[in-house]
Design a protein around this ligand. Structure first.
Ligand SMILES: Nc1ncnc2c1ncn2[C@@H]1O[C@H](COP(=O)(O)OP(=O)(O)OP(=O)(O)O)[C@@H](O)[C@H]1O
Length: 327
């Protein structure tokens, strides 16, 4: 658990962070979002004490981070920075092994961990372990940066624009990989981003910052349904909010029992009512994907498939209701 209380940073006359308070519960992801210069990075850097707070407190698992020996604090916190920050003269393996080495892990354990992480991030250890950062693409470097930050399984992970400066496809892939790892490892994460979609995708809670203050801190859905101020409304993008709300929910949440209208013929699924072949939805698909498919196929109902058999169906009305204003 991370607790930040009345944290303030002044640079000369300028207040970069202005008395902010928040908590991140164990295993949760908090996203700090806001426009450039609003104090996101400074907030993050005060937590691992790369920046000294002017006033306020940071508590990590009930201990005051400002009183902890610096090395002990930093070794317990994974940190992914803007622009990657890999050591250029070290191989990928050595970069990933940085913190485990500092912690004095046995050699075999380090090697096993490095291989495990490279595989997790789809970097074949045989091919990549011995390469240098300059021999990698931007996306590969970014993966190594994230692998390095989580190598020693830190309880706390701070990420500053970890997927910035990537093409949209690579960014989405990395976000999905990170989400899958986070589901398994349950680290306590603070993610700085100016990309609202990234925040909606990865965070349990979003804090919207402006001029050093937190304007609103809420779950993604609450922020979309009840943005408190003009700036939050602009940032959240009200025009897209129905679709964004749909992307927070899965087919599994609204699926009904299947009726007898679906017939499996070999590899093909037939809707007996229309006589047309249809593609089923997966239980884990988002309602945004379901909505898109319903519109594209111009149908009222789509089947939900699991391992080739129909396990449910989704009705268009239920999808529209999930994305709409609640009565
Ligand atoms: N070392 C420093 N000395 C003086 N001013 C600083 C320093 N670091 C940050 N600032 C100022 O503090 C304010 C907040 O900066 P910060 O980097 O935290 O913003 P940010 O929201 O992370 O922005 P970005 O998304 O552009 O990185 C800015 O006005 C910045 O110019």
């Amino acid at each position: 658990m991370i607790e930040v209380r009345e944290l303030t940073k002044r640079f000369g006359d300028r207040i970069a962070v202005d008395g902010i308070s928040f908590e991140v519960r164990d295993g949760c992801v908090l996203a700090l979002v806001g426009t450039s210069g609003c104090g996101k990075s400074t907030t993050l850097r005060m937590i691992n004490r790369l920046v000294d707070p002017s006033s306020g407190e940071v508590m990590i698992d009930g201990r005051n981070a400002l009183d902890m020996p610096l090395e002990q604090l930093r070794l317990g916190i994974g940190y992914v920075i803007q622009g990657i920050g890999l050591f250029p003269h070290w191989t990928v393996a050595r970069n990933v092994a940085t913190v485990p080495r500092l912690m004095g892990w046995e050699r075999e354990r380090i090697e096993a961990r490095v291989s495990e992480l490279l595989e997790l991030f789809q970097l074949d250890p045989g091919e990549f372990a011995g390469k240098y950062p300059s021999e990698l693409s931007g996306g590969q470097q970014q993966r190594v940066g994230v692998a390095r930050a989580i190598a020693a399984e830190p309880a706390v992970l701070l990420m500053d624009e970890p997927f910035g400066a990537l093409d949209p496809i690579t960014r989405q892939r990395l976000q999905a990989e990170f989400a899958a790892i986070q589901r398994r490892r349950r680290m306590t994460v603070i993610l700085v981003t100016h990309d609202m979609d990234e925040a909606f995708k990865l965070a349990d809670t979003i804090a919207v910052m402006d001029e050093g203050r937190i304007l609103q801190i809420a779950s993604p859905e609450e922020l979309l349904r009840e943005p408190r101020q003009g700036f939050v409304r602009t940032l959240v993008g009200l025009d897209d909010r129905a679709l964004r709300i749909l992307s927070l929910h899965t087919v599994d949440e609204i699926r009904r029992e299947p009726t007898g209208r679906w017939e499996v013929r070999g590899e093909t699924l037939i809707d007996r009512e229309s006589g047309r072949a249809v593609n089923g939805l997966g239980a884990g698909d988002t309602l945004r994907e379901a909505a898109s498919r319903i519109i594209w196929e111009a149908v009222e109902t789509l089947p939900v498939l699991e391992a080739g058999s129909v396990v449910g169906e989704v009705r268009a009305d239920d999808v529209w209701a999930a994305g709409g204003r609640r009565a």
